[in-house]
Design a binder for this molecule. Sequence first.
Ligand code: EPU
Length: 432
Amino acid sequence: MEKMVIEGGYPLNGRVRVNGAKNAALPIMAACLLLKGTSTLKGIPELTDVKTLCKILNELGVDTKRFPDGQLQITVKDERNITAPYDLVRTMRASICVLGPLLGKRGMAKVSIPGGCSIGSRPIDIHLKGIKSLGAKVDMEDGYVIATGKKLKGSDVYLGGPYGSTVLGTCNIMMAAVLAEGRTIIENAACEPEVQDLANFLNKAGANISAIGDNNIIVDGVDELYGVEYEIIPDRIEAGTLMIAGAITGGNIILENDASCYLASVIDKLREAGVDIKVPDADQSTSGLARDGECIVKSDGNIKSVNITTLPYPGMPTDMQAQFTALLSMANGTSVITERVFPHRFMHVAELNRMGANIRNDDAIAIIKGVSSLSGTTVMASDLRASASLIVAGLAAKGITEIRRLYHIDRGYERLEDRLINLGAKIWREKE
Ligand code: EPU
């Protein structure tokens, strides 16, 4: 196993390119199960989660071919297998996104039920309710969900849950409905940019999805979908993480392949915290979705306290909560963070406190009393975004921070340390 070692205290300066979005790449790769012919996906990041999904697709009779420039070619060769096995699903909860397309195209899906993880219990009840609304029969057997429905029928599908809608649940229902008979209206759908990207991809492949980005998505079933070329959107969470890394170190960084058009809530709070952020003009956009310009993040390292509540899009992303917790641990004053998407997603708090932060976590709330400095020590990463928050904290801490259980970071950030080194960070990997 490897650990990440950081010598903190160096401001980040320079340019860094934002990679394609993991959470758009995964459902779009799964959607290729619905298509005839070959799809070429551009901007697919080199991540463990992408490799895991490739393995699942390979099990399901799909050829995947990776190119060094970030392209991934996907071709369905054999549609007989319908099982996503436990050994692969257990390593990545997002594997559940093969459920909808397998059911929609092959009439049957057997997918291992993903377990909980360190960010919470993560049930799939709303996904299952959704596919039942389309006429599928759902059984649970030996830890697998088995869904059958030779010809699904469009219907009204309500996806609200105790914490709002569900991102992958919306993706699954959309993918199950594109080849169904008639019209499906997904009510209380997730509006996240990654869900919109999936809908745009499916439309390019021949689907008929409208009201994309709305709470009520309309899917009119079509007979067939075909392979296409498609470039996925930039990763707003990676961009936000880099912004915070710049801010906490008192740096000056320029983000290329900018994702700021999806980050209004994050930018608003960073500005309130005293970070200077210049986003590209809206009229610089050529892609229609992301703005292709550059985003400039400048900070003098003096961070003001702010209060944050995570919410579904366009609210503050839960995937930025841990990084904000690290930033605000060094703010002037007291900040309150309320987690409204995954109420127990606070495993990073104890580790940040080991670095000298003063954070009290009570249920879904963290109260952060800013301290003037953090100090490096050995900490444990518990999940992807928790690892990111510990790296961000380590970049600003005095002395050496060692982050164990590093494999989490490689699930969601491609070669993060190389890119931070280019910005002037002192960061490297060592064998544990
Ligand atoms: N929920 C239910 N029942 C369901 C589904 C969800 O109660 O059937 C609850 C969840 O427990 C949670 C809330 O609804 O409290 C929202 O969960 P959601 O289903 O939206 O999460 P997800 O689709 O499983 C995706 C991202 C997560 C991100 C969340 C929220 C991917 C691959 N994953 O997960 O990303 O935190 O949406 O925005 O898209 C990450 O990248 O680090 C990550 C965890």
